[in-house]
Design a protein around this ligand. Structure first.
Ligand SMILES: Nc1ncnc2c1ncn2[C@@H]1O[C@H](COP(=O)(O)OP(=O)(O)OP(=O)(O)O)[C@@H](O)[C@H]1O
Ligand SMILES: [Mg+2]
Length: 238
């Protein structure tokens, strides 16, 4: 019987004739933060796009809370609680912060007031800046906006694609602290990062992806202490 959370088995996906993912298997259990680390071009974003329904898998099985979601479109999956924060944030720079947040709730029919209030508690800066054009925000604030927008879609599983990209270390710490707080509200998190050290410190479990293959998997603490990970992904010379 399929288990709760996200389960991926033998996933193959790519762009046209070019294969990118080779039999990728991974899982996110209820309550977990799971990270996928790996270098540029490893297939991290491709993995997230396949899960969120933006890209169709060629082979393999994806289930979410016991339901087969392979081939289900992105819009439908948002309604089922799988929400992606894309690489590069993709906020609407000409719209205000508040309008961007409201875009996150486009598929909902219910009132968003309570969720908006929760987002403003997690990200007080967004409340202060709610009437400002999103394009005037700093990179860190734009990342917060992209995450806040995703939270307004009421995710059960949040897919985060390199939230730390291009941000100063202190801002990265802020963002990662907030990811932890989001986990504590019961949202499962799949975090894709090149910042392997920070990601492994935050996550419960991790996978190392390289050239579309899962090379290693385990408890995040074990991976942080593994000589192979430290040498290849944490930039330590041993
Ligand atoms: N739209 C596309 N069309 C064709 N090939 C693509 C497309 N997007 C990505 N690729 C290729 O797929 C491979 C994996 O890319 P992907 O973006 O998934 O890597 P990544 O691990 O997210 O890298 P990064 O850390 O740079 O974001 C790369 O070889 C890339 O060139
Ligand atoms: Mg990427």
């Amino acid at each position: 019987m399929a288990m709760a959370g996200l389960q991926i088995e033998g996933l193959c996906a790519g762009y046209g004739p070019v294969p990118v993912l080779h039999e990728v298997s991974l899982a996110v259990q209820p309550g977990e933060i799971v990270t996928v680390i790996g270098p540029n071009g490893a297939g991290k974003s491709t993995t997230l796009r396949t899960i969120s329904g933006l890209l169709k898998a060629e082979q393999g099985r994806i289930t979410f809370n016991q339901e087969d979601i392979q081939g289900v479109g992105a819009d439908v999956l948002v309604g089922r609680g799988i929400v992606q924060v894309p690489e590069g944030r993709r906020i609407f720079s000409k719209l205000t912060v508040l309008e961007n947040l409201e875009m996150g709730a486009y598929s909902r029919r219910d009132a968003i007031g309570a969720d908006l209030a929760r987002v403003f508690i997690l990200f007080p800066i967004l409340k202060q800046r709610q009437d400002q054009k999103a394009g005037t925000l700093s990179g860190g604030e734009q990342q917060m906006l992209a995450m806040g927008r995703a939270l307004l879609a009421k995710p059960k599983l949040l897919l985060l694609d390199e939230p730390s990209m291009g941000l100063a270390p202190l801002i990265v710490q802020d963002i990662f602290r907030i990811i932890k707080q989001i986990q504590e509200t019961g949202v499962m998190i799949l975090l894709v990062e090149q910042n392997a050290r920070q990601a492994l410190k935050l996550a419960d479990r991790g996978y190392v992806l390289e050239d579309g293959h899962i090379l290693m998997a385990g408890e995040a603490k074990e991976l942080l202490n593994s000589a192979a990970v430290r040498k290849s992904y944490l930039g330590e010379s041993l």
